[in-house]
Structure formats: structure tokens, C-alpha cells
Design a protein around this ligand. Structure first.
Ligand SMILES: *[C@@H]1O[C@H](CO)[C@@H](O)[C@H](O)[C@H]1NC(C)=O
Ligand SMILES: *[C@@H]1O[C@H](CO)[C@@H](O)[C@H](O)[C@H]1NC(C)=O
Ligand SMILES: *[C@@H]1O[C@H](CO)[C@@H](O)[C@H](O)[C@H]1NC(C)=O
Ligand SMILES: *[C@@H]1O[C@H](CO)[C@@H](O)[C@H](O)[C@H]1NC(C)=O
Ligand SMILES: *[C@@H]1O[C@H](CO)[C@@H](O)[C@H](O)[C@H]1NC(C)=O
Ligand SMILES: *[C@@H]1O[C@H](CO)[C@@H](O)[C@H](O)[C@H]1NC(C)=O
Length: 312
């Protein structure tokens, strides 16, 4: 008893405290991108010369999940946290951080308890999970800035308006008994696409609701593929294929493929680098619509009028 009291008094007299000072980190986050998860715990005033003097215990809520006994240099690990470990060689530097594979990581309050002979200290760190890998790009405004969100919606909307422009020209200039059925099909498909993109925009723009926003973006990007079919059918109904319309369609297909790739990269990537790719590809799709409209308005006419003359 007396030696202990003496040691305590001596401890607090010589070192200011019989307590171990532990780093105070309130919480750490992990995402789908973290292969391993590290819950930090640093002793700021280690004095031990050997890990034999150290004892480290980690608990989650009230259950001990990891115990390192320096005296026998052995760790005991809860079966639910089989990958959990500390780095024994770093212990003398004060590092008692718990490392585990993502598969074992569960959110909650982890308590790190370190004992060095008679000195001890503990700290609580909350481990949080942040929606990352699969929804960050799709969902949060932290991934797409408000401006980017607007561009992502504006380009498809613009493309659809341009489609309706072409549709107008088609009905005014190229209407005939032969084309009526096609025009009705184009009208229906155009309306369906318009509704899908409006629904997509309503889901995508407001707030930070990962699933809603993600489905919205998915709807918008995937449905722009319908524009290619529409553009093809508009050309076929009006004047058939020319090398210029083929070039326009190829541009549009490329824009679409890259937009879908951009969408997938956004979903899978861990860093916000693919937003601009997605946006510029949606821009290319809109540009192809614009070229289609210009071609129909100014050039297509003459092609159409020349053809019958050639056959006479
Ligand atoms: C997850 O990974 C990020 C980036 O590498 C890192 O900053 C963070 O500390 C990691 N989180 C945990 C709990 O290990
Ligand atoms: C820890 O406690 C929190 C809430 O107090 C609970 O949600 C969580 O499931 C608990 N974790 C374990 C592993 O018991
Ligand atoms: C404790 O065991 C680890 C391997 O588990 C070994 O690397 C380390 O040298 C050992 N330390 C001591 C002090 O025996
Ligand atoms: C360490 O613990 C494991 C089981 O947890 C046991 O099998 C092993 O013999 C122990 N080693 C030492 C050196 O105590
Ligand atoms: C380990 O997992 C099992 C099954 O999920 C659960 O019933 C048990 O409470 C867990 N133990 C701890 C210490 O979290
Ligand atoms: C962890 O503790 C903090 C503060 O006591 C509390 O706000 C939080 O809800 C706890 N987290 C879990 C998952 O129990």
C-alpha cells in the first residue's frame, strides 16, 4: 500500500500527474473507400521503456473487443473483430491506435484505455460511416457544386428543347401521308423522354438525399440515350442519312457513351474528379442536337428538294 501511495505522490510530484494524457479526437470517419480503418489513440506522455509495462484495452460500447497485455506480449481479440490489431512496435512512441479491416468496422463509440505501470488514461473516439463510394457523386452537394448540378440538368433540357425544335420543323416542312405514323411515334417518344428528364431533375436537384438524387441523375443521364434514337428517326423521316447526319449521330453516340462512363466513374470513384467529364459529355449530346437542328433548318431542305429532281 505505502509504496503505491508513495509512487502516486512521486508520480504526480515529478511529472505533474499520475495520469496518462491521451489525444482527444472526438470522431473519425470512414467511407466505402477505406480498406482499413484506424481509430486513433495516442499517449502524449509515455515513459515506459518496455512494452512489458504497457496494457492496452479497446472497447466498443461496453464490450471489450481488443486487449493487449504487454507483460506476455499477447493480444486477445473479440471474434467479431478478428482483424483488429495495434502496432506493438509503435506502442512505446505512444501509438495505441486500433487498426481493423473495413469488414469488421462497425460504427459506435470506441474507448481506448492505456495503462503504463500505475499510470492510466482513456479516451473515447466515435467511429462514423460516411456515405462515400457509391453515393457521394450522385448525392451530395459536396460532390457536385450547385453550378454543376444546374449544368447537369440544363444540357439535357436544352437537348430536349432542340429536339422539339426539330420536331416542329419536321411537322411543318416534311409532313406527308408517308411520314404521319413516324411523326406520331416521335411525338410519343419525345413526350416520354421529356417527362423522364423532368422527373429526374426533380429528384436530382433538391437537397441531399442520396438515393433520391442518385436515381434522379441516373434517369437523366441514361434517358439522354433516347435522344439518339429520336435524332436518327427525325433524320430518316425528313431526308434520310447524309454523311453530315451520320457524323452528327456518331458525335452524339460518343457523347452518350462517355456520359455513361462518367456516371459510372462518379459512382465508383472516391475523389470528386469525374463531374466535369460527365458535364462536358452531356454538353456534347446537346451540341449534337443543336447541329441536327441547324442542319435541318438550313441544309436539310435543299438536300430534300434536290433528291426528287435527280430522279426525274
Ligand atoms: C479513411 O480514409 C481517409 C482517406 O484515406 C482517411 O483520411 C481517414 O482517416 C480514414 N478513416 C479511418 C477511420 O481510418
Ligand atoms: C453500440 O451502441 C450503439 C448505440 O448506443 C448501437 O447503435 C450499436 O449497435 C452498438 N454497437 C454494438 C456493436 O453493440
Ligand atoms: C511481441 O510480439 C510481436 C509479434 O506478435 C513481436 O513482433 C514483438 O517483437 C514482440 N515484442 C516483445 C517485446 O516481445
Ligand atoms: C497468446 O494468446 C493466444 C490465444 O489468445 C495463445 O494461443 C497463445 O499461446 C498466447 N501466447 C502467449 C505467448 O501467451
Ligand atoms: C458478435 O456478433 C454476433 C452476431 O452478429 C452478436 O450476436 C454478438 O453480440 C457480437 N458480439 C459483440 C461483442 O459485439
Ligand atoms: C457516441 O457518443 C456520443 C457522445 O456521447 C453520442 O452523441 C453518440 O450518439 C454516440 N454514438 C453512438 C453510435 O452510440
Amino acid at each position: 500500500m505505502w509504496p503505491l501511495v508513495a509512487a502516486l505522490l512521486l508520480g504526480s510530484w515529478c511529472c505533474g500527474s499520475a495520469q496518462l494524457l491521451l489525444s482527444k479526437v472526438k470522431s473519425v470517419e470512414f467511407t466505402g473507400c477505406n480498406e482499413t480503418v484506424i481509430i486513433p489513440c495516442f499517449v502524449l506522455n509515455v515513459e515506459a521503456q518496455s512494452t512489458k509495462e504497457m496494457f492496452v484495452k479497446w472497447k466498443l460500447n461496453r464490450t471489450y473487443i481488443f486487449i493487449y497485455d504487454g507483460n506476455v506480449n499477447n493480444s486477445t481479440v473479440d471474434s467479431n473483430f478478428s482483424s483488429a490489431k495495434i502496432s506493438v512496435v509503435d506502442l512505446l512512441k505512444g501509438d495505441a491506435s486500433l487498426k481493423m479491416d473495413k469488414r469488421d468496422a462497425v460504427v459506435g463509440n470506441y474507448t481506448c484505455e492505456v495503462t503504463e505501470l500505475i499510470r492510466e488514461g482513456k479516451t473515447v473516439v466515435e467511429l462514423k460511416y460516411r456515405m462515400g463510394k457509391y453515393t457521394k457523386c450522385l448525392a451530395s452537394s459536396s460532390w457536385f457544386s450547385p453550378n454543376e448540378k444546374i449544368l447537369i440538368v440544363i444540357f439535357p433540357v436544352l437537348a430536349i428543347l432542340l429536339f422539339w425544335g426539330k420536331f416542329g420543323i419536321l411537322t411543318l416542312k416534311y409532313k406527308s401521308a408517308r411520314t404521319n405514323k413516324r411523326i406520331i411515334l416521335l411525338l410519343i417518344a419525345g413526350l416520354v423522354l421529356t417527362v423522364i428528364v423532368i422527373v429526374g431533375a426533380i429528384l436530382f436537384i433538391p437537397g441531399e438525399y442520396p438515393v433520391k438524387n442518385a436515381s434522379g441523375l441516373g434517369l437523366i443521364v441514361i434517358s439522354t440515350g433516347i435522344l439518339i434514337l429520336l435524332q436518327y428517326n427525325v433524320f430518316m423521316t425528313a431526308f434520310g442519312m447524309t454523311s453530315f447526319t451520320i457524323a452528327i449521330l456518331i458525335t452524339q453516340v460518343l457523347g452518350y457513351v462517355l456520359a455513361v462512363v462518367g456516371l459510372c466513374l462518379c459512382i465508383m470513384a472516391c475523389e470528386p474528379v469525374h463531374g466535369p467529364l460527365l458535364i462536358s459529355d452531356l454538353g456534347v449530346i446537346a451540341l449534337a442536337e443543336l447541329l441536327g437542328l441547324v442542319y435541318m433548318k438550313f441544309v436539310g431542305n435543299s438536300v430534300y428538294e434536290q433528291k426528287p429532281r435527280n430522279y426525274h
